[in-house]
Design a binder for this molecule. Structure first.
Ligand code: 8YV
Length: 317
């Protein structure tokens, strides 16, 4: 029997302050950065909670290595890297960090939409490199106000994006697995029809097998040569080779991407096109939201260990 009867295995740091708060209250086996996580898990046969993140995930082998595991508390709203189907079979429950990041992710979707449409990333370079003085007038860009906004995935983040769209006087429609009762926007059952209708198509759906390459060449063609695609969901949702081709051929007007299919690898054409604005997967990455996310993970772990219930269980798990 190991010397310490651990209650928690922690695979991902929640920041120094939150890590310390957890360690003060419980017996925590801290494994972030450990070079033999699988081997170290043998030290915690009775740990009931695993603390992890969407980046670190939780594979089947890890679940098998923890016979006492009852709950997984994960950082991030996405959970495609957790083997939830297997966890569920084993009677293990899981939590993520919804709500606290909705507004920051929606803000970033809008930043990318505005950047791709108004070319602020190009204008910034234009001014800083002296082209304003040497060349003169900057090329015209695309109007955002009052246009058509299509949203793929009308969950909490999709609704936060739509709310901001109202402020821009936009006509808004959405595509989702099923129509939602908590929004008054028009449901469009056909993704292709939504893409044809939209000036801007924003992706806010979950990643994983169900949405893999949902946005393929025909959808990109439907969005069209003046259309702009914004992705703050997962890189896997877009067929990136088809996206590059559509942009190169002028079949798609532009793109604003926070996530890429093989991130952090970025295809060279996307890096060199002015009609593309890129960010390094940072939808939730503000000081305030990241602190809220870490706190929510810790609060979930505390709630489970003290009451047997998670605060924000993953809804479809
Ligand atoms: C993070 C996210 O910015 O919560 C998620 O699922 O994708 C974002 O909060 C991302 O995980 C950073 O790697």
């Amino acid at each position: 029997m190991p010397d310490i009867d651990y209650q928690i295995v922690q695979l991902a740091s929640m920041g120094a302050a939150m890590d310390a708060a957890l360690a003060k209250r419980f017996r925590v086996l801290y494994l972030d950065g450990h070079d033999d996580v699988a081997g170290a898990l043998r030290e915690a046969p009775r740990a009931t909670v695993a603390v992890t993140s969407v980046r670190k995930g939780l594979k089947r082998e890890m679940i098998d290595a923890l016979p006492g595991l009852r709950a997984v508390c994960s950082w991030g709203v996405g959970y495609e890297t957790l083997d939830l189907a297997y966890a569920r079979q084993r009677g293990i429950v899981a939590s993520n960090t919804p709500e606290v990041l909705d507004d920051c992710v929606a803000d970033l979707a809008w930043a990318l939409l505005l950047t791709a449409a108004r070319r602020t990333h190009v204008g910034d370079r234009y001014v800083k490199t002296g082209q304003w003085r040497s060349i003169g007038a900057f090329p015209l860009s695309t109007r955002v106000w009052g246009r058509r906004l299509g949203i793929v995935g009308m969950g909490r983040i999709g609704r936060a994006i739509a709310e901001r769209g109202r402020g821009f006087g936009m006509d808004i429609r959405y595509h989702n697995r099923r129509p939602r009762t908590d929004t008054s926007h028009t449901f469009e059952p056909s993704l292709k029809a939504l893409a044809e209708w939209s000036d801007f198509l924003v992706l806010a759906c979950p990643g994983g097998a169900q949405t893999h390459h949902l946005i393929d060449a025909p959808i990109l063609r439907a969005l069209g040569p003046a259309g702009i695609l914004v992705n703050i969901a997962r890189g896997s949702v877009v067929d990136e080779a088809a996206l590059v081709q559509a942009l190169e051929r002028g079949e798609l007007g532009g793109a604003g991407l926070d996530v890429l299919e093989h991130e952090p690898a970025v295809p060279e054409p996307l890096r060199s096109m002015d009609q593309v604005a890129l960010m390094p997967h940072v939808g939730s990455a503000t000081h305030e939201t990241r602190a809220d996310m870490s706190r929510l993970v810790v609060d979930n772990a505390i709630a489970f260990l003290e009451t047997g219930r998670l605060l924000t269980p993953i809804e479809d798990a």
